[in-house]
Write a new protein. Sequence first.
Lengths: 171, 308
Amino acid sequence: MYRVIGALLIVVCTAVLGFGGVLRLGRRVRNLTGLVSALEIMKGEICERLTPMPELFELLAGTMEGPVAGLFQACGEQMTTLGESSMYLIWKSAVRSAEELELSEQEARTLTEVGHVLGRYDAEEQRTAISFAIRRMEGCLHRAEEEKRAQTKVRAALGVTAGLFVVIILL
Amino acid sequence: MKDTYYRIARFDGAVELLPQSIRGAARFLDERDKEQAEELRLRSGHIPTVLLPSGEKELGGGAVTQKELHGVLEIASGASVHTVRECIRNGFVTAKGGYRIGVCGSAILREGAITGFRDISSVAIRIVKEIRGAADSVMDQLTGSDGSIAATLIVSPPGAGKTTLLRDIIRQLSERGVRVAVADERGELAGMLGGVPQMDIGARCDVLDGCPKAEAVLMLLRAMNPQIIAVDEITDPRDAAALSSAVHCGVSLLATAHGESIADLRQKPLYRDALQAGLFRKIILIRRQARGRAYQVMDVEAEICTGS
């Protein structure tokens, strides 16, 4: 009886590990989708409505969800430190601290680079830079979706199979 | 004492617009200078100064850098240069609290119009102060027996308090329930930020800012059904023509003009013509005194038309 329970526990644990990886891939896709949407909104607000950055961060913190909203909330809260810090440093620090976004180094770098132009140049110059960032982030999103598609079944199956393999060896 | 606290608080507010590296030097200024400070001036490569009634005084610290000058604009605009680009083209930015930051540097010209500055060489942070009650002594003289307000031109040399007086007249009229429309081209009267006046101009004011006065007056006339239109500093014949249209629509005017005296006004065709055309019924002449200002209210008919 104990053996069966033990075997089941091992299979469940390894399966959870496998499905955890699958969930992480799902979260990454969700976060990247949110970031691309947020960048689109930023572009529209900056270029069409000339929205000031503090108002824009507040808007995005309220509109977006989860870690993406957290990124803009952190930026908004730090805007009071202008003078001690710069817009670029505020943005960079918020991106680098947003671990829940689960960004790769390339994705984080792409986002950080947008900070060089945010609020610093004319709307049209910002449009160019944000559009470029959107294209790159969309590329990252496609790769994350591909990875999710390819890895979901593999990781789930690997989790269960690894459990079964351990059980067989132990028995 | 309350006035002293207010003036020092206004100075401290202006210091918040400086980059961290310069704030320390400004905070060490003695309280009397803080109270009297009119502007903070930053020039690239020079020690920052404060403008006092007696002249400019160095704040100490190091020479101002380009980065620090750009930092002032970043703070003043809330890191949103795109939002204030039109203002920068006109040479100034209005910051939270109604502070006006004048910008100077190497202009970028496109098709003959300034589109911005490549390098900023200096900025001047003007410490605009509201003086509630500044107009107390003149309000009765501007009000007719039927409660109507005489169209009034406020005249003084630069820096003598025309805008401060005009703002308080607007506030007092607005609080009485009069609909006042303000054409605030340079943002000095209301100091609009995010749609909210940073200065107290009363609850019944409609403000159109950042728009050339002549166009703003006509827009306000069409859109807001004002009883009074207020404008700061008439300098162009088109302003006078727009004000003339307003008068013909039955709207009263409040305006300011640079001038030393009535004789000075008579010599300037723009003002002479406006007064002779009957755009204004009263003139307030402001004179600086050892302590405060003196306001002299005169009838246009007696002073200009008969004098010419």
